[in-house]
Design a protein around this ligand. Structure first.
Ligand SMILES: [Zn+2]
Length: 239
């Protein structure tokens, strides 16, 4: 299991989701993932990407329910594919990231998994690989990472995905339109961010309706249970 340890708060409250949207809407995708996890009690800056994403999916499941839908185009015919998936099943299947050694001719490069900090600092694919180098040898002797040939760095980029399998979640399914086996890549952090943003906008709309009718503050409305908000909205005829 490669999800991070369970935090003190393993779901996002209504207030938290509006806060996340407010603080993350102008941020980079990697920063958004950190904002979301910090609001669930995790400091994930130095975690491998797979651990980060498995934890995001776990908190997503605790907040929105275990079932989620993934969408994407079929790689053969281009038709849209929709799949219903279980967050807990994916989290349970996530394998831990680990260091590994890439052998490329006389070169031997020890690499560690990519973290969010690496992604935020990297200016291109090669600098990302360089950030993850633990040790470089040429014919068994220590060598300077700065003299690595481009083709070894390119192989290093592919090797990083092998070290952290959950950093790229690929779902295999049969396309209903053409019958071919299709692969969907699930970008966990952008998927979770989209759902949180959608919920935040729906909450803002509820706040507007309840505040304009009853005069309650945003904080008072967000502090209510979802069931109580629904009750008042239904009395207003808004549900
Ligand atoms: Zn197809």
């Amino acid at each position: 299991m490669s999800a991070g340890p369970a935090g003190p708060s393993e779901s996002w409250s209504s207030k938290t989701m509006l806060h996340a949207w407010d603080h993350g809407r102008d941020a980079l995708p990697a920063e958004r993932a950190l904002v979301l996890l910090s609001l669930a009690g995790h400091d994930a800056l130095h975690w491998p990407l797979g651990e980060r994403d498995a934890t995001l999916l776990r908190v997503y499941g605790q907040t929105f329910g275990d079932r989620f839908e993934a969408h994407g185009p079929c790689s053969t015919c281009g038709e849209g594919i929709e799949m219903r998936l279980s967050a807990s099943r994916y989290v349970a299947a996530a394998r831990s990231a680990e260091q590994g050694t890439l052998q490329q001719g006389a070169w031997s490069v020890r690499l560690r998994p990519v973290t969010t900090q690496d992604v935020l600092r990297a200016v291109d694919g090669q600098s990302l690989v360089r950030a993850c180098i633990v040790d470089v040898r040429f014919e068994g002797e220590h060598a300077d990472p700065d003299v690595l040939p481009t083709e070894v760095l390119q192989a290093g980029a592919e090797h990083l995905a092998v070290l952290d399998p959950f950093s790229e979640v690929t779902i295999q399914t049969r396309c209903a339109s053409c019958g071919e086996l299709a692969s969907l890549t699930l970008d966990v952090s952008s998927f979770v961010w989209t759902e949180v943003g959608r919920r935040a906008r729906a909450l803002a709309s509820d706040v507007v309706q309840l505040a304009s009718r009853f005069g309650w503050s945003e904080a008072e409305i967000l502090d209510m249970s979802a069931a109580r908000r629904e009750l008042y909205l239904s009395l207003l005829g808004a549900r």
